[in-house]
Design a protein around this ligand. Structure first.
Ligand code: R5P
Length: 291
Protein backbone atom coordinates (compact mmCIF):
# COMPACT_ATOMS: atom_id res chain seq x y z
CA UNK A 1 0.00 0.00 0.00
CA UNK A 2 1.33 3.43 -0.88
CA UNK A 3 1.84 6.05 1.84
CA UNK A 4 -0.84 8.18 0.22
CA UNK A 5 -3.39 5.38 0.75
CA UNK A 6 -2.88 5.68 4.48
CA UNK A 7 -3.47 9.39 4.30
CA UNK A 8 -6.55 8.86 2.15
CA UNK A 9 -7.90 6.35 4.69
CA UNK A 10 -7.36 8.91 7.38
CA UNK A 11 -5.21 6.51 9.37
CA UNK A 12 -2.34 8.99 9.67
CA UNK A 13 -4.75 11.43 11.22
CA UNK A 14 -6.22 8.98 13.69
CA UNK A 15 -9.66 9.29 12.08
CA UNK A 16 -11.99 6.73 13.55
CA UNK A 17 -9.52 5.95 16.34
CA UNK A 18 -10.80 6.98 19.78
CA UNK A 19 -8.49 9.60 21.33
CA UNK A 20 -6.67 8.66 24.50
CA UNK A 21 -8.75 9.54 27.53
CA UNK A 22 -7.14 12.65 28.90
CA UNK A 23 -8.77 14.00 32.02
CA UNK A 24 -8.20 17.70 32.65
CA UNK A 25 -6.52 18.36 35.99
CA UNK A 26 -9.47 20.25 37.48
CA UNK A 27 -12.76 18.70 38.39
CA UNK A 28 -15.78 19.32 36.21
CA UNK A 29 -13.72 20.62 33.28
CA UNK A 30 -13.31 17.50 31.09
CA UNK A 31 -15.95 18.61 28.63
CA UNK A 32 -15.14 22.32 28.64
CA UNK A 33 -13.86 24.08 25.53
CA UNK A 34 -10.15 24.77 24.92
CA UNK A 35 -10.21 28.48 25.74
CA UNK A 36 -12.02 27.92 29.00
CA UNK A 37 -9.54 25.21 30.00
CA UNK A 38 -6.64 27.44 29.02
CA UNK A 39 -7.91 30.21 31.28
CA UNK A 40 -8.55 27.78 34.15
CA UNK A 41 -5.00 26.44 33.75
CA UNK A 42 -3.66 29.98 34.16
CA UNK A 43 -5.49 30.38 37.46
CA UNK A 44 -4.85 26.96 39.02
CA UNK A 45 -1.41 25.45 39.50
CA UNK A 46 -1.13 22.23 37.53
CA UNK A 47 1.05 20.48 40.11
CA UNK A 48 -0.99 21.15 43.24
CA UNK A 49 -4.29 21.71 41.41
CA UNK A 50 -4.80 24.71 43.68
CA UNK A 51 -4.64 28.50 43.57
CA UNK A 52 -3.88 31.45 45.82
CA UNK A 53 -6.11 34.26 44.58
CA UNK A 54 -5.36 37.60 46.13
CA UNK A 55 -8.70 39.38 46.63
CA UNK A 56 -8.69 43.17 46.72
CA UNK A 57 -12.04 43.99 45.13
CA UNK A 58 -13.55 45.14 48.44
CA UNK A 59 -13.53 48.81 47.40
CA UNK A 60 -16.45 48.26 45.04
CA UNK A 61 -18.77 47.94 48.02
CA UNK A 62 -16.68 49.34 50.90
CA UNK A 63 -14.60 52.14 49.41
CA UNK A 64 -11.04 52.54 50.77
CA UNK A 65 -11.28 49.91 53.48
CA UNK A 66 -8.41 49.28 55.88
CA UNK A 67 -5.37 48.02 54.00
CA UNK A 68 -6.70 49.08 50.61
CA UNK A 69 -6.33 52.85 50.95
CA UNK A 70 -3.32 52.71 48.62
CA UNK A 71 -3.45 49.61 46.45
CA UNK A 72 -0.24 50.71 44.74
CA UNK A 73 1.58 50.47 48.08
CA UNK A 74 -0.21 47.59 49.83
CA UNK A 75 -1.19 45.18 47.06
CA UNK A 76 1.25 45.71 44.19
CA UNK A 77 4.24 44.40 46.24
CA UNK A 78 2.24 41.21 46.94
CA UNK A 79 1.48 40.46 43.29
CA UNK A 80 4.55 38.23 42.77
CA UNK A 81 3.25 35.87 45.49
CA UNK A 82 -0.28 35.52 44.08
CA UNK A 83 -1.40 32.96 41.49
CA UNK A 84 -4.33 35.13 40.44
CA UNK A 85 -5.54 38.68 41.14
CA UNK A 86 -9.18 39.17 42.03
CA UNK A 87 -10.06 42.82 41.61
CA UNK A 88 -12.27 45.39 39.95
CA UNK A 89 -11.57 46.84 36.54
CA UNK A 90 -11.02 50.25 38.15
CA UNK A 91 -8.23 49.04 40.42
CA UNK A 92 -6.81 46.91 37.63
CA UNK A 93 -6.54 49.74 35.14
CA UNK A 94 -5.41 52.36 37.63
CA UNK A 95 -2.99 50.45 39.79
CA UNK A 96 -2.03 46.97 38.57
CA UNK A 97 0.97 46.94 36.22
CA UNK A 98 -0.15 45.23 32.99
CA UNK A 99 3.18 43.41 32.77
CA UNK A 100 2.61 41.61 36.08
CA UNK A 101 1.99 38.42 34.16
CA UNK A 102 -0.75 37.26 36.52
CA UNK A 103 -4.18 36.00 35.50
CA UNK A 104 -7.05 38.19 36.61
CA UNK A 105 -10.37 37.09 38.04
CA UNK A 106 -12.29 40.27 37.33
CA UNK A 107 -15.08 41.40 39.64
CA UNK A 108 -17.83 41.49 37.05
CA UNK A 109 -20.94 42.37 38.99
CA UNK A 110 -21.63 45.59 40.84
CA UNK A 111 -24.51 47.55 42.29
CA UNK A 112 -25.16 48.67 45.81
CA UNK A 113 -22.64 49.42 48.56
CA UNK A 114 -22.54 48.72 52.29
CA UNK A 115 -24.40 52.02 52.80
CA UNK A 116 -27.60 50.52 51.38
CA UNK A 117 -28.67 46.95 50.73
CA UNK A 118 -25.99 44.71 49.23
CA UNK A 119 -26.38 42.43 46.19
CA UNK A 120 -28.74 44.55 44.06
CA UNK A 121 -26.27 44.15 41.21
CA UNK A 122 -25.90 44.24 37.44
CA UNK A 123 -23.11 42.71 35.37
CA UNK A 124 -20.26 44.20 33.35
CA UNK A 125 -20.00 44.15 29.57
CA UNK A 126 -18.27 40.96 28.41
CA UNK A 127 -16.31 43.05 25.90
CA UNK A 128 -14.64 44.92 28.72
CA UNK A 129 -13.88 41.64 30.49
CA UNK A 130 -12.19 40.42 27.30
CA UNK A 131 -10.49 43.78 26.73
CA UNK A 132 -8.56 43.48 29.99
CA UNK A 133 -7.79 39.85 29.10
CA UNK A 134 -9.42 38.51 32.25
CA UNK A 135 -8.98 34.82 32.94
CA UNK A 136 -12.30 34.63 34.83
CA UNK A 137 -15.32 36.78 35.61
CA UNK A 138 -16.59 36.88 39.20
CA UNK A 139 -20.30 37.40 39.79
CA UNK A 140 -21.98 37.75 43.19
CA UNK A 141 -24.83 35.32 43.91
CA UNK A 142 -27.07 35.81 46.93
CA UNK A 143 -28.81 32.53 47.67
CA UNK A 144 -31.73 32.96 50.02
CA UNK A 145 -31.38 36.74 49.94
CA UNK A 146 -33.76 39.43 48.73
CA UNK A 147 -31.91 39.62 45.40
CA UNK A 148 -31.62 35.87 44.84
CA UNK A 149 -33.42 35.79 41.46
CA UNK A 150 -31.63 38.89 40.17
CA UNK A 151 -28.18 37.59 41.15
CA UNK A 152 -28.85 34.11 39.72
CA UNK A 153 -29.94 35.80 36.48
CA UNK A 154 -26.69 37.76 36.53
CA UNK A 155 -24.76 34.52 36.94
CA UNK A 156 -26.58 32.68 34.15
CA UNK A 157 -26.23 35.64 31.77
CA UNK A 158 -22.51 35.89 32.48
CA UNK A 159 -22.12 32.11 32.07
CA UNK A 160 -23.85 32.30 28.67
CA UNK A 161 -21.40 35.01 27.61
CA UNK A 162 -18.50 33.21 29.24
CA UNK A 163 -19.22 29.99 27.36
CA UNK A 164 -19.46 31.99 24.14
CA UNK A 165 -15.96 33.46 24.59
CA UNK A 166 -14.25 30.81 26.72
CA UNK A 167 -14.23 32.79 29.95
CA UNK A 168 -14.87 30.82 33.16
CA UNK A 169 -17.27 32.43 35.60
CA UNK A 170 -16.69 32.37 39.34
CA UNK A 171 -19.90 32.32 41.37
CA UNK A 172 -19.27 34.33 44.53
CA UNK A 173 -21.61 33.15 47.26
CA UNK A 174 -22.75 36.12 49.31
CA UNK A 175 -23.79 35.58 52.89
CA UNK A 176 -26.50 37.77 54.32
CA UNK A 177 -26.75 38.38 58.07
CA UNK A 178 -29.84 36.18 58.13
CA UNK A 179 -28.10 33.10 56.61
CA UNK A 180 -26.83 30.30 58.78
CA UNK A 181 -23.21 29.82 57.83
CA UNK A 182 -23.22 26.05 57.88
CA UNK A 183 -22.40 23.20 55.52
CA UNK A 184 -26.04 22.82 54.52
CA UNK A 185 -26.29 26.43 53.41
CA UNK A 186 -22.89 26.61 51.70
CA UNK A 187 -23.47 23.24 49.96
CA UNK A 188 -26.67 24.61 48.51
CA UNK A 189 -25.25 28.00 47.54
CA UNK A 190 -22.18 26.43 45.90
CA UNK A 191 -24.18 23.80 44.08
CA UNK A 192 -26.66 26.36 42.74
CA UNK A 193 -23.74 28.36 41.30
CA UNK A 194 -22.23 25.26 39.66
CA UNK A 195 -25.57 24.02 38.32
CA UNK A 196 -26.16 27.41 36.72
CA UNK A 197 -22.84 27.30 34.89
CA UNK A 198 -20.12 28.60 37.22
CA UNK A 199 -16.73 26.99 36.54
CA UNK A 200 -15.36 28.09 39.92
CA UNK A 201 -17.23 28.74 43.16
CA UNK A 202 -16.06 31.03 45.90
CA UNK A 203 -17.54 30.29 49.28
CA UNK A 204 -16.57 30.15 52.95
CA UNK A 205 -15.02 27.51 55.15
CA UNK A 206 -17.35 26.00 57.74
CA UNK A 207 -17.62 22.91 59.89
CA UNK A 208 -18.36 19.91 57.69
CA UNK A 209 -16.73 21.56 54.67
CA UNK A 210 -16.00 18.12 53.13
CA UNK A 211 -19.69 17.98 52.24
CA UNK A 212 -19.62 21.42 50.61
CA UNK A 213 -16.59 20.46 48.49
CA UNK A 214 -17.83 16.95 47.65
CA UNK A 215 -21.24 18.18 46.49
CA UNK A 216 -19.79 20.89 44.27
CA UNK A 217 -18.82 19.52 40.84
CA UNK A 218 -16.37 22.36 40.07
CA UNK A 219 -13.38 23.74 42.03
CA UNK A 220 -14.12 25.73 45.17
CA UNK A 221 -11.95 28.49 46.57
CA UNK A 222 -12.60 29.88 50.01
CA UNK A 223 -12.74 33.54 50.99
CA UNK A 224 -10.94 34.57 54.14
CA UNK A 225 -13.62 36.80 55.62
CA UNK A 226 -12.93 39.28 58.41
CA UNK A 227 -9.38 39.56 59.74
CA UNK A 228 -8.54 36.97 62.39
CA UNK A 229 -5.15 36.17 63.98
CA UNK A 230 -2.74 34.71 61.41
CA UNK A 231 -2.56 31.32 63.14
CA UNK A 232 -6.34 31.03 62.94
CA UNK A 233 -6.48 31.95 59.24
CA UNK A 234 -3.76 29.42 58.44
CA UNK A 235 -5.66 26.78 60.40
CA UNK A 236 -8.93 27.23 58.51
CA UNK A 237 -7.14 27.50 55.18
CA UNK A 238 -5.44 24.19 55.96
CA UNK A 239 -8.72 22.55 56.99
CA UNK A 240 -10.39 23.81 53.81
CA UNK A 241 -7.64 22.47 51.53
CA UNK A 242 -7.58 19.13 53.31
CA UNK A 243 -11.38 18.96 53.00
CA UNK A 244 -11.36 19.45 49.23
CA UNK A 245 -11.06 23.17 48.48
CA UNK A 246 -8.90 24.00 45.45
CA UNK A 247 -7.47 27.12 46.97
CA UNK A 248 -8.25 30.42 48.59
CA UNK A 249 -9.52 33.77 47.40
CA UNK A 250 -8.20 35.71 50.34
CA UNK A 251 -8.11 39.41 51.02
CA UNK A 252 -8.30 40.93 54.50
CA UNK A 253 -6.41 38.13 56.20
CA UNK A 254 -3.51 38.95 53.90
CA UNK A 255 -3.53 42.69 53.33
CA UNK A 256 -4.61 43.56 56.90
CA UNK A 257 -1.91 41.35 58.40
CA UNK A 258 1.06 43.01 60.17
CA UNK A 259 3.23 41.27 57.59
CA UNK A 260 1.20 40.76 54.38
CA UNK A 261 4.08 39.35 52.30
CA UNK A 262 4.90 36.82 55.01
CA UNK A 263 1.24 35.89 55.35
CA UNK A 264 0.63 35.25 51.65
CA UNK A 265 3.75 33.08 51.51
CA UNK A 266 2.56 31.08 54.52
CA UNK A 267 -0.81 30.67 52.80
CA UNK A 268 0.99 29.45 49.68
CA UNK A 269 2.72 26.77 51.73
CA UNK A 270 -0.66 25.54 53.00
CA UNK A 271 -2.36 25.69 49.60
CA UNK A 272 0.39 24.27 47.40
CA UNK A 273 2.47 22.11 49.71
CA UNK A 274 -0.12 21.02 52.25
CA UNK A 275 1.96 22.61 55.04
CA UNK A 276 0.49 21.99 58.49
CA UNK A 277 -0.85 25.11 60.21
CA UNK A 278 1.93 25.14 62.80
CA UNK A 279 4.65 24.88 60.16
CA UNK A 280 2.97 27.58 58.10
CA UNK A 281 2.74 29.83 61.15
CA UNK A 282 6.44 29.24 61.88
CA UNK A 283 7.17 30.19 58.27
CA UNK A 284 5.05 33.33 58.71
CA UNK A 285 7.04 34.34 61.80
CA UNK A 286 10.38 33.59 60.17
CA UNK A 287 9.53 35.66 57.10
CA UNK A 288 8.01 38.42 59.23
CA UNK A 289 11.23 38.74 61.24
CA UNK A 290 13.42 38.83 58.16
CA UNK A 291 14.58 42.23 57.04
C1 R5P B 1 -15.86 40.97 49.01
O1 R5P B 1 -16.21 42.09 48.77
C2 R5P B 1 -15.12 40.25 48.03
O2 R5P B 1 -15.84 39.35 47.25
C3 R5P B 1 -13.86 39.62 48.53
O3 R5P B 1 -13.10 39.34 47.40
C4 R5P B 1 -14.00 38.33 49.29
O4 R5P B 1 -14.84 38.45 50.37
C5 R5P B 1 -12.65 37.78 49.70
O5 R5P B 1 -12.01 38.64 50.53
P1 R5P B 1 -11.86 38.37 52.09
O6 R5P B 1 -10.87 37.27 52.20
O7 R5P B 1 -11.37 39.65 52.65
O8 R5P B 1 -13.19 37.95 52.61
Amino acid sequence: MADTDNIKDGKDFGIGVPPAKQAFFLKGMDHADWGLKDRMARIFNKTSGNTVMLAFDHGYIMGPTSGLERIDLSIVPLIPYADCLMCTRGALRAMVPPDSGKPVCLRSSAGSTILTELNDECILDIQDILRVNASAAAVMVSIGGKFEALTIRNLTTMCDLGYRYGVPVMGVTAVGKEMTRDARYFSMASRVCAENGASIVKTYFCEGFEKVAACCPVPIVIAGGKKVPEAEALEFAYQAIQSGANGVDMGRNVFQSDAPAAMIQAIRAVVHQGAKPKDAFDLFNTLKNQK
